[in-house]
Design a protein around this ligand. Structure first.
Ligand SMILES: Nc1nc2c(c(=O)[nH]1)N[C@H]1C(S)=C(S)[C@@H](COP(=O)(O)O)O[C@H]1N2
Ligand SMILES: [Mo]
Length: 303
């Protein structure tokens, strides 16, 4: 069988072409039209990420998504028929205005931007991904959190019929994560609707997932159906599975090792057969933006 020459048709080529076209039109560097939305410039705080974007084929074939299995290729192989339409997401709990929106409504209501952020997995690898999305704070503000809202709890879908991984107790399902309210309201905390200027692939958590760029990847919940404003710190699926290894905060921190391995460096996915290792940076390189959130905290205790 003749192999398709992948290099001719890579999404990154189409993507780069569109970027150049947009530049020619005199729009700002990161602006693109996608569907009916204008994509605004990314605010990439971690400098120079633009030139190091990971290839689309790695971002979409090397995944962690335990609902579809624990192997890196399980999500791409087993999630293609997963039904993402229709999709409702509800924001409730300690709010003055409970809201339910479809994923399509979300994409139409909020201005979608491109945001190039690094994803650093707790396993010790990283990718640089051109996400599409908007600050979660914009959505939370619509629900008007009450003064009792101290934390935010994110819940993924529970659907073992469609998700073979949920038939096994690898984690307590559904997948649960949480953030402190100020972390959730931080402009870097992004509700993701796409990547590479396109719809979000199923294996990356379609139709709606979170990206919290300064925290380990597992804090970035995929397939979200509920966002609950709560008074008490939620117990995440990972905290429940292994509390000594996975804390609530899980900020990227090269000085606080995982009990079973070092967190001082990371493997750059897609950087050759012998992947390059680079030093891991505090808060994944977003310290200027987020260090103030933890100024009073011992980050070894609050890992
Ligand atoms: N619902 C859900 N969300 C999840 C996971 C998961 O297994 N289930 N894995 C997490 C982990 S460990 C990582 S590193 C990132 C991976 O995101 P990516 O596959 O888009 O790179 O998703 C996170 N979000
Ligand atoms: Mo991860």
């Amino acid at each position: 069988m003749k192999k398709i020459k992948y290099s001719e048709i890579t999404p990154e080529k189409i993507y780069k072409k569109r970027r150049d076209f947009v530049k020619k039109l005199g729009l700002s560097a990161g602006s693109m039209f996608i569907g009916q939305n204008l994509i605004n410039p990314a605010f990439a705080s971690n400098d120079n990420l633009e030139n190091k974007i990971t290839e689309y084929r790695y971002i979409t074939t090397y995944n962690n998504y335990y609902e579809f299995g624990t192997k890196k290729n399980d999500p791409v192989e087993k999630s293609q028929n997963f039904k993402t339409k229709p999709w409702n997401i509800t924001i409730d709990g300690e709010v003055k205005k409970k809201i339910t929106l479809t994923a399509e409504e979300i994409k139409n209501i909020f201005p979608i931007e491109e945001r190039i952020y690094k994803l650093r997995c707790v396993e010790g690898w990283s990718m640089i991904i051109p996400w599409l999305g908007f600050s979660l704070s914009k959505l939370l503000e619509k629900a008007a959190p009450t003064s009792k809202a101290k934390f935010v709890k994110f819940t993924s879908i529970y659907d073992p019929e469609q998700m073979p991984g949920q038939r096994y107790p690898i984690l307590k399902w559904p997948y649960i994560e949480g953030l402190r309210i100020d972390e959730a309201m931080h402009p870097l905390t992004t509700l993701v609707t796409g990547l590479y200027g396109k719809e979000l692939p199923n294996q990356n958590g379609a139709p709606l997932r979170l990206i919290v760029p300064w925290k380990y990847g597992f804090k970035s919940t995929k397939v979200i159906v509920n966002i609950k404003l709560v008074e008490k710190m939620p117990t995440s699926s990972w905290m429940r599975a292994s509390p000594k290894e996975y804390g609530f905060y899980s900020n990227v921190n090269p000085r606080v090792d995982h009990p079973r391995w070092s967190q001082a460096s990371e493997r750059v996915i897609g950087s050759g057969i012998i992947s390059e290792r680079i030093p891991t940076t505090m808060f994944n390189g977003y310290g200027d933006e987020v260090a103030h959130l933890y100024s009073e905290m011992d980050l070894k205790k609050n890992f």
